[in-house]
Ligand binder design. Structure first.
Ligand code: FES
Length: 122
């Protein structure tokens, strides 16, 4: 049990969890887009963030499915709760620059918006 706790603590420290400004979830298929194409965009995301986010303020997670399953790849960015569709490399570059780094969602690429409430009882 203690080993598990130490492992989790080490992972949290390694990934700097607790210091992120934004989190992008990315679905690379297989239902919303061709899986090979989606994987190429995911690899592009990893490369771009490694280069453009050296302080690791942006966390990325590859999601198995974001339940849209059409017009992908699909991306979701928190804390704004901005959903994007048809995210190819060109669209992703704009999302990285304007939203993930710049803080301004890319309206023309959005398919939905659902910011999370600070009090879910409302
Ligand atoms: S497979 Fe991508 S949203 Fe479902």
């Amino acid at each position: 049990m203690s080993d598990d706790k130490d492992f989790v603590k080490a992972k949290i420290a390694k990934h700097k969890i607790g210091s992120y400004g934004r989190h992008i979830f990315f679905c690379a298929g297989p239902s919303c887009c061709d899986e090979d194409d989606g994987q190429k965009v995911w690899e592009h995301l990893k490369g771009e963030l490694a280069e453009k986010d050296p302080e690791k303020k942006i966390f990325r997670t590859k999601a198995a499915c974001l339940r849209i399953c059409k017009s992908g790849p699909i991306a979701l960015v928190y804390p704004e709760g901005t959903w994007y569709g048809n995210v190819g490399k060109k669209q992703l570059d704009k999302i990285i620059e304007q939203h993930l780094i710049g803080g301004e969602p890319v309206e023309e690429l959005m398919i939905a918006v659902n910011p999370l409430a600070s009090d879910s009882k409302d």
